[in-house]
Design a protein. Sequence first.
Length: 155
Amino acid sequence: ADQNADIFDEDIMALVSDEQHAHDNEYYRFVSLAQQSETGEKPRAKVVFSMGGKEVSSEGSGNGPVDAVIHAIESVVQSEAEFVLFSINAITGGTEAQGEVTIRLSKSGRIVNGMGADVDIMVATTKAYLSALTKLHSKIEKLNPQKSLEAAAAS
């Protein structure tokens, strides 16, 4: 919204939502992104993020810009999570719209959604992936209470 000439209610809601997610016990936190994508060349990304309060920098390449970002993060994190869903939605209209990215990851039967919003869709993608990784890392969030109850009853 700070880069747009017009600010819409949806922009403010997305920024507030994104900011709330960014501070809710995030183990992985976005710092910065530099990426290069050129016709005929393999896309590259350099991602700086904090992991448990320690800032790390990683680089990766891939078949596309999203793949390059994921490879850069995974070169450090090594989550072994399965990438299940990638979704982009424009929050407002026009070419200066905020984009909201949802990424779904699965690991050991656990499924989590990460969300990120930004006018730069690759920044939104990076934030969404780190958000999903934070949820996978978290022991608090229980996405399948039925299994938790069954495990508790068995013990």
